[in-house]
Design a binder for this molecule. Structure first.
Ligand SMILES: *[C@@H]1O[C@H](CO)[C@@H](O)[C@H](O)[C@H]1NC(C)=O
Ligand SMILES: *[C@@H]1O[C@H](CO)[C@@H](O)[C@H](O)[C@H]1NC(C)=O
Ligand SMILES: *[C@@H]1O[C@H](CO)[C@@H](O)[C@H](O)[C@H]1NC(C)=O
Length: 505
């Protein structure tokens, strides 16, 4: 009879303990970053946590327990011409990413709503920060005395490895801005090493002091940013060996690539275009940064002229009206990319190879025609081609003929489809769902605050200790000393022998 009362009380207690207040910081102007942030935070809300998300975007529909701390809209990434990315050199790209990061990290604190949040008496049990050159934002964790989780829309890279003491081996870790894959030639490794040294020095001398200055300026209490950053409990990465290539990760890193993918019903107009595509359909999307309206008239016509020669239907997110549109080209104001990829008639995907799109194409097994434009799109596209799951083209000197040939190969040669199906099956064959893994990681941190128990030993070493340079130096100096010692002794011995000989002679 007593149990009758205990049970409901236990349930209430359990709910109080397991329902946390979580602050999510998604400050970037990139919509694809927000898609990931929303998928993560909305699932936490669904599980009964109270989430507050700092972002300039908000969910389309109201979600229970989900509050948006809304930032004013910005104009996207300012400062450089993304379309001409390949013409920049790697050093200036890296520098501009870091400088841009400093600028926009500071811009967040200027917002009134953020100042109010800092001055408020609100409390949080956990802070999740999206990594995007914004270390200063991690100080919210210390400010609210809450554990910190970092989310990165990237694989383990120069963007994020150092928070959790992941070891970055330059030989297999090309920079985010580099247009090459992890299998690097001598020259690429050479450039990577130089860039690593440059990046290290620039971060130590300019970038980190800049981020620290923001923390000093905007938070009431004195805080050591380096300490905050290396106290990161866990890091969630939007990666998977089959999408971003295999990498070395410590136990504080959990790879959750593909966690945002859910199938929904297609809108009726798109559904009927796809259902009626007897020869298959090709999805075209070059990402939110290269809308069809940002293409020149020649470029746009080049695409249409190439598409015209195929029996397939081409679906393109392109909110323009054009007079003599080919019959097999369908332009839509808005397209649910994931659900189009999920349709059995979709046989190819013309894509910029952003990580989100690449992951979705792999999930649904659709071969790609890659036209990478900037950032990690280049290495993603290189991997696509290398793994035989698509063809790669250059955006800056794209011709109608290249485009035609690539589409023809991918839509007629079955080898792309076969390889893609295998990769897709391997990708989906996981012991747990990526979203469940992300939730488990977050709730694990809430429950245990593992701290030093899971922290990489690399965090307590200097860089020269980490790479054993001190030990190598010791060995080198020892060998030199030993050599000198032996040669001096030998010389002495020889000298005395000679003298002995002379004496006896
Ligand atoms: C927190 O601040 C609000 C208004 O700013 C106030 O109404 C409330 O009583 C405060 N709560 C605590 C615990 O100080
Ligand atoms: C995030 O990303 C940038 C890459 O631009 C990196 O340099 C930085 O150290 C990372 N960390 C945070 C918390 O922003
Ligand atoms: C199909 O593509 C594969 C890989 O690129 C190639 O080895 C093969 O020869 C192609 N087959 C035909 C019929 O072109």
């Amino acid at each position: 009879m007593q149990y009758f009362y205990v049970l409901p009380i236990l349930i209430i207690l359990f709910n109080i303990a397991s329902c946390a207040k979580i602050l999510g910081i998604w400050p970037t102007p990139g919509h694809s970053q927000f898609i990931l942030g929303q998928a993560l935070m909305a699932e936490l809300a669904r599980r009964g946590h109270e989430v507050s998300v700092i972002s300039e975007f908000e969910p389309k529909e109201k979600i229970k327990n989900y509050e948006t701390i809304k930032l004013p809209k910005t104009g996207g990434y300012e400062g450089f011409d993304l379309l001409n990315w390949p013409t920049y050199n790697l050093f200036s790209l890296q520098k501009s990413l870091l400088d841009g990061g400093l600028k926009y990290s500071g811009a967040l604190f200027e917002k009134k709503i953020i100042q109010e949040l800092i001055d408020s008496n609100r409390t949080f049990d956990l802070v999740i920060v999206e990594n995007f050159s914004n270390e200063a934002h991690m100080a919210f964790a210390e400010h609210f005395k809450a554990p910190l989780i970092v989310f990165s829309s990237q694989p383990v890279s120069d963007w994020n490895y150092h928070f959790v003491g992941n070891v970055k081996l330059p030989s297999i870790s090309p920079f985010f801005v580099s247009p090459f894959d992890k299998h690097m030639s001598f020259y690429e490794r050479f450039r990577t090493l130089l860039l690593s040294v440059y990046d290290f020095i620039y971060k130590e001398l300019i970038y980190y002091p800049g981020q620290q200055a923001l923390v000093d300026k905007y938070f009431p209490n004195k805080m050591d940013l380096k300490k905050i950053v290396t106290n990161t409990e866990m890091m969630l990465l939007f990666s998977h060996p089959l999408t971003t290539g295999p990498s070395l990760t410590t136990s504080a890193i959990v790879e959750v690539g593909g966690f945002q993918i859910v199938s929904k019903k297609l809108p009726n107009d798109i559904q009927s275009v796809l259902d009626g595509a007897k020869n298959g359909a090709v999805l075209v999307s070059l990402g939110t940064n290269v809308e069809c309206s940002s293409l020149s008239k020649e470029q746009f016509n080049m695409f249409l002229n190439a598409f015209k020669k195929f029996p397939q239907r081409f679906l393109w997110k392109c909110p323009v009206e054009i007079p003599n549109k080919p019959d097999n080209v369908y332009l839509f104001k808005w397209m649910p990319q994931t659900d189009i990829l999920a349709h059995p008639n979709t046989i190819a995907f013309i894509t910029h190879n952003g990580l989100l799109s690449t992951t979705e194409a792999i999930h649904y097994g659709v071969p790609m025609i890659s036209i990478p434009v900037f950032c990690d799109q280049m290495p993603n596209a290189i991997r696509v081609q290398k793994n035989g799951i698509g063809e790669r083209l250059s955006f800056l000197d794209l011709t109608e003929n290249d485009l035609y040939e690539a589409i023809k190969k991918v839509t007629t040669n079955t080898s792309y489809k076969e390889k893609m199906q295998r990769v897709s099956k391997m990708f989906r064959d996981q012991p747990s769902k990526p979203l469940d893994r992300a939730m488990h990681t977050i709730e694990y941190v809430l429950k245990y605050k593992p701290g030093p128990l899971l922290r990489s030993p690399a965090l307590s070493l200097w860089w020269f200790q980490l790479y054993m340079l001190d030990v190598l130096l010791f060995i080198f100096v020892s060998i030199v000393l030993l050599y000198l010692f032996i040669s001096i002794i030998l010389r002495k011995l020889m000298f005395s022998k000679k003298q002995n000989k002379r004496k006896t002679a």
